[in-house]
Write a protein that binds this ligand. Sequence first.
Ligand SMILES: NC(=O)c1ccc[n+]([C@@H]2O[C@H](COP(=O)([O-])OP(=O)(O)OC[C@H]3O[C@@H](n4cnc5c(N)ncnc54)[C@H](OP(=O)(O)O)[C@@H]3O)[C@@H](O)[C@H]2O)c1
Length: 324
Amino acid sequence: MRAVVVSAPGGPSVLEHRDVPVPLVQPGSVRVAVRSIGVNFRDVQQRRGAAPDLTYPFVPGSDFAGEVLEAGEGVRTLKAGDRVFGVSLSGAYAEQVVAPAVVVYPVPQGLDFDLAAALPVAGLSASFLLTTAGLRAGMTAVTYAAAGGLGCFLGGVLSEAGVRSIGLVSSAEKAAVARAAGHSDVVIYREADPVEAVRALTDGAGVDVVLDSVAGPGFARSFAMLRSEGVVVLCGRSAGAPDLATVYPEFIESRRNLALRDFYLATYTTGHFAEVPGRLETLAGGIRSGRIRIPVRSVPFLEVRRAHELLESGATTGKVVLHV
Ligand SMILES: NC(=O)c1ccc[n+]([C@@H]2O[C@H](COP(=O)([O-])OP(=O)(O)OC[C@H]3O[C@@H](n4cnc5c(N)ncnc54)[C@H](OP(=O)(O)O)[C@@H]3O)[C@@H](O)[C@H]2O)c1
């Protein structure tokens, strides 16, 4: 079978289609013929070598959807022919994957393979971020990259929960996508200073929570957007590692009782594993009802390099999926 193999860190050209052995089904696992693969910024970071504990060569990819070919010994919930989707730590950029049956679920009613493959990492992150950030109805949040994959899921999840979200985006086109996804207000950060804009939108008070998936050299501004006792949740590093050296004045020296919280889905899920099926079903229900609106752009599996180029250049909105 064909899989995308990364042998060394680098740009999109290190993504190589190779013939690899078909993975053997293990007890408790299923072998799936992959139809759609969700592309996440995490895959880009792994390809670049920016993810910890990675050994080469490896096959990237977490989100997949397709049909069960074979169920391993002891698997009672799934059988050959079932339409499923799932999430793994890596290995999804392939024509077939073997994954533990506990992380493979029937495709929810009303979703096609592309939408199902778009759901796990971004959808679960949005769902868990709402909880871990302590966001409730009546509160206000800032969402970075509000028109992206995670950002569109957050637009739906936050508005459904009655949270006002101020989305940050780079362009007018993305502003329209972010609004359609459910963000109450949108700031085009290339046209207006985001800190001043957020303060103006909150009558000078600042927001309860900033969901910062971009970080990088501008990380300090997230603290400047907070009200007293507010929380920055660091949930990504699209612009690089957060520059912690510059946060001291806004975070500590301002003496506004602010907090910084880290969120990482893979480890967070370990402590909340029993909640995953219910949260996925709730997210699928949100998509069916139109409360969660995720534009999905499908790119052929053979054009995986182009998919990465589009995602890391900021050229995409919503989710990108690879069509096998
Ligand atoms: N913590 C977790 O467990 C977890 C889970 C899911 C996702 N994430 C993180 O959340 C972020 C979003 O993931 P995603 O897959 O949904 O991607 P995405 O938001 O669809 O794409 C990234 C977006 O980030 C913005 N951006 C700002 N600075 C950028 C830069 N220097 N390079 C590239 N993009 C930049 C761009 O939007 P604008 O043009 O509007 O600025 C771009 O479209 C990633 O950092 C990802 O690792 C983390």
